[in-house]
Design a protein around this ligand. Structure first.
Ligand code: H79
Length: 428
């Protein structure tokens, strides 16, 4: 009996994920980066109705797939993409290698339905992107969909019920799982160092009568075996599972839930919120409702204030170019970060949680007070640390402050209207 009990304990502990020193270092670098750019691009871009078009319109999969034979994004220029990302101040790109529509954006041997074999373009855009990222010093993360709306072997989930043309008799989880793992092996072998694998689609089976087993442990172990520094991320909208290295939030900052996908507990892992620049991930021609530069900068700052990275999306056009509206905003964010980056990169969540007026970030003994809107001419900061100095970040001009019972009061006077008025406090 005792032996049995001991064996159980041993096997349970053997399953526990112990991040290696490489992974711990990669997590830290990830958090320090604070800002990445998400790129959603695939044959869905041609329909210009977002990346869910196949499922939303309930199309026949073979009709949809015909778009591949006309995909010729002649203005695709990896150098220009990476330069635009670099100019934004972002430190990494997360690129959709294969979305739910099953189309692979690299030269995969595992399916003909890919950018090299199925399009007249015939170029391995992932290769070009990976090479350019390496040249320009931007890390590359890879989005990879678990859910699939096209293949016969994928066990049907709660989405794409109206997609027609699939052969139900060929559903075969173990084949599909093996297919995914072979693709992951290609991605982590042929494209240089990959910062993270970003899975999506787990939720497709979150309502199955019999809980669906994605066999994630084995897949995560494969990722770590192939690239010991590659972080594992999964956009399942749950608290992180064993074996994951970061926690993702979709369209909401950690702790917020305006889109119904978040609100889950916040773990101690590095955090990342992905967000759209307009309202869609993949290029959508009717959606020109781009957030303003001010809104985007404040979102980045607010993410940092919660100790989270922002993964900000751009959906390239069918011709391969990034939309001008996106490039313009990325440039403005980069210009802002050129001045204020020190208050964002490498920081952690500040001592004071998000407030009506703004938020705080911290780096060592510096506490950055980010003020977005302030009616009053003074600002009370509830702080338990001691403040030894206060100045306007950008000018170095001293800010008067008073110690009060539960913190300090900054005497700011009438503040100019600006995106983010930053006061740097030195604390101890
Ligand atoms: O890649 C982007 C999107 O295509 C994908 N994730 C981002 C990064 C995504 N799109 N929508 N969602 C994720 C939200 C998912 C909503 C769901 Fe549901 C909630 C899927 C299952 C539960 C509601 C019910 C929508 C489909 C069924």
């Amino acid at each position: 009996m005792a032996v049995v009990a001991m064996l159980t304990v041993v096997s349970l502990t053997a399953q526990r994920y112990e991040p290696t020193p490489e992974i711990l270092k990669a997590r830290e670098e990830f958090s320090d980066a604070r800002f990445g750019v998400f790129i959603h691009w695939g044959i869905y871009s041609m329909f210009a109705q977002g990346e869910w078009y196949l499922q939303n319109a309930g199309l026949n999969r073979d009709e949809y797939a015909k778009a591949a034979d006309a995909f010729y994004p002649h203005r695709f220029d990896a150098k220009a993409w990476v330069a635009a990302v670099k100019a934004s101040g972002a430190k990494y790109i997360c690129f959709t290698t294969r979305h739910h529509d099953s189309f692979s954006m690299w030269n995969t041997e595992q399916s003909e339905f890919n950018i090299v074999d199925a399009t007249p373009f015939g170029r391995d855009v992932l290769k070009e992107l990976a090479e350019e990222c390496a040249k320009q010093g931007i890390k590359l993360h890879l989005y990879y969909s678990h859910a699939d709306w096209m293949r016969d072997d994928y066990p049907r989930g709660r989405t794409a019920r109206d997609v027609t043309g699939r052969d139900e008799s060929k559903i075969n989880w173990s084949e599909y799982y093996a297919f995914m793992n072979r693709q992951i092996e290609e991605l982590l072998t042929n494209y240089g160092p990959i910062g993270a694998i970003w899975f999506d689609g787990w939720w497709d089976h979150d309502e199955d009568a019999t809980p669906f087993d994605w066999q994630l442990d084995e897949q995560y172990a494969l990722v770590h075996k192939l690239q010991p520094s590659c972080l594992v991320a999964n956009n399942h909208h749950q608290v992180p599972f064993e074996g994951e290295d970061i926690q993702i939030f979709e369209r909401d900052l950690p702790g917020e839930n305006t889109h119904g996908l978040s609100g889950q507990d916040i773990s101690r892992l590095p955090l990342e919120t992905c967000q759209t620049m307009n309202g869609m991930w993949g290029y959508k021609v009717v959606d020109q409702n781009y957030k303003s530069t001010e809104t985007l900068i404040r979102y980045l700052v607010s993410a940092a204030g919660k100790g989270a990275n922002l993964l900000l999306n751009v959906g390239p056009q069918p011709n391969g170019e990034l939309p001008a509206a996106a490039v313009e905003r990325m440039k403005a964010m980069g210009e802002w970060l050129n001045i204020y980056g020190e208050t964002i990169y490498g920081t952690e969540a500040g001592d004071i949680k998000q407030q009506q007026w703004g938020c705080t970030t911290r780096n060592g003994d510096k506490l950055y007070v980010h003020i977005f809107e302030l009616e009053d001419e003074a600002l009370f900061l509830p702080l338990s640390c001691k403040v030894t100095d206060a100045k306007v970040y950008v000018s170095g001009k001293r800010v008067k402050y008073q110690k009060v019972a539960q913190g300090v009061v900054l005497e700011l006077g009438k503040l100019p209207k600006m995106t983010d008025y930053i006061v740097e406090l030195t604390t101890k």
